[in-house]
Design a protein around this ligand. Structure first.
Ligand code: UD1
Ligand code: UDP
Length: 362
């Protein structure tokens, strides 16, 4: 099982637990080291009850080619030594792409969890990762109906596609009782439903000075009505520092904090008046928590969160984002329902399918 970056850990944990519980499988947990800061990696192992990785590649940051290539070189050595029956990859990060290609070339079957999602925007590095990973995967475990539809349209045979639901929501369901007890609001001096929680880390939002300045103006407008709470992703912090915008962000009155652990972050999401984000996972989690979410992107690969959930795609136009935020803060809130099979049992379904599939491989 491959994990590398923050959103992978919440997806891998329930599958690892479900596989281990059967005693029929011996999952080997491999961490590529794509994310390595304590607050982007180790904290999640502790909170999610994941064991230490069996194998740590320690590849670190780099350009897309550097990072992907380093993972591939190291992962190939691991596969040749371990000779597993199956490689499980999750999500759409560079670690997902790199390991699925290596496995496919060594003829080790690949299962992709969260398959079939498409933003149809190839300027997003993740879209390339999704397309390639799905193309080389043997088993495609899908979180929402659009995934099934997209894969079928791409010509993937029915028998490779399994609509199992959302493993990230398995983690949410397991950990929400603990999150309810979190003292993070007291620690930050916040009261429930009096703040807007923001996470932004997409290159299209944070890698240019103009986009970051626009975001700070959005913060300024929201601050008239609500406290902006902003756990800053390391990529975003690096860019804010590079453009000399950190001080300006604090002057506006936004509360800039370190990336949060999963438990405090769940609590922060649950009690927010509004969540403004460009994260994939946060769009899904806010839908389940029934918290209004505004997605600051031109597209989403998770349309169910809009069709059924509390998510609204607000684009990146400054005025539109501000208007949408003020609407929510003035009480115009989109209600939503929980998508099908986002019930905390997706990992269980994956294991049930694997049991059946392995019978046919023997
Ligand atoms: C990656 C994923 C993105 C995912 C995001 C989740 C790819 C192409 N991108 O983006 O899909 O949404 O993770 O958070 O796989 N850095 C640190 N410490 C860390 C990790 C990163 O300081 O522990 C800094 C480095 O300066 C690095 C930069 O963040 O260059 C970007 O990291 P990288 O893993 O390349 O991409 P993310 O933007 O984190
Ligand atoms: N998350 C977290 N702390 C934070 C921000 C996010 O624990 O400060 C969690 C969030 O609840 C979700 C996952 O990280 O489970 C999403 O990761 P991220 O936004 O980095 O990646 P994406 O989903 O966009 O790929």
């Amino acid at each position: 099982m491959v994990a590398g970056a923050r959103p992978n850990f919440m997806k891998v944990a329930p599958i690892h637990k479900a596989l281990s519980a059967t005693k029929r499988y011996k999952p080997i947990l491999l961490h590529t080291g794509q994310h390595y800061d304590e607050k982007m990696s180790k904290v999640f192992f502790d909170e999610l009850g994941l064991p230490e990785p069996d194998i740590y590649l320690g590849v670190g940051s780099g350009s897309h080619a550097e990072q992907t290539a380093k993972i591939m070189v190291e992962f190939e050595k691991v596969l040749l030594k371990e000779v597993p029956d199956l490689v499980v990859v999750v999500g759409d990060v560079n670690s997902t792409l790199a390991c699925s290609i290596v496995a496919a070339k060594l003829l080790v079957p690949v299962a992709h969890v969260e398959a079939g999602l498409r933003s149809f925007d190839r300027t997003m590095p993740e879209e390339i990762n999704r397309l390639v990973t799905d193309a080389v995967s043997d088993l495609l475990f899908v979180s929402e109906p659009s995934g099934v539809y997209n894969l079928m349209k791409e010509g993937v045979p029915d028998e490779k596609i399994f609509f199992v639901g959302n493993v990230m929501i398995d983690s949410l369901v397991t950990h929400i009782p603990k999150a309810n007890e979190s003292k993070i609001l007291d620690e930050l001096g916040l009261k429930p439903k009096t703040y807007a929680l923001v996470t932004l880390h997409r290159p299209s939002n944070v890698d240019e000075k103009e986009s970051l300045e626009k975001i700070l103006r959005v913060f300024e407008a929201i601050s008239q009505k609500s406290k902006v709470v902003f756990p800053v992703h390391p990529r975003t912090r690096k860019m804010l520092e590079q453009f000399g915008l950190m001080e300006k962000a604090s002057r506006i009155g936004a509360l800039l904090i370190e990336p949060q652990g999963y438990i405090p972050f769940l609590k922060l999401m649950k009690e927010a008046q509004l969540v403004l984000t460009d994260s994939g996972g946060v769009q899904e989690e806010t839908t389940v928590l029934q918290v209004p979410c505004l997605t600051m992107r031109e597209n989403t690969e998770r349309p169910i969160t809009i069709e059924v959930g509390t998510n609204l795609l607000v684009g990146t136009d400054e005025k539109e984002v501000i208007d949408a935020a003020l609407n929510v803060l003035n009480g115009k809130v989109k209600r939503g329902l929980i998508p099908e099979k986002w019930d905390g049992r997706a990992a269980e379904r994956i294991v049930a399918h694997l049991d059946e599939i392995f019978k046919t491989w023997d």
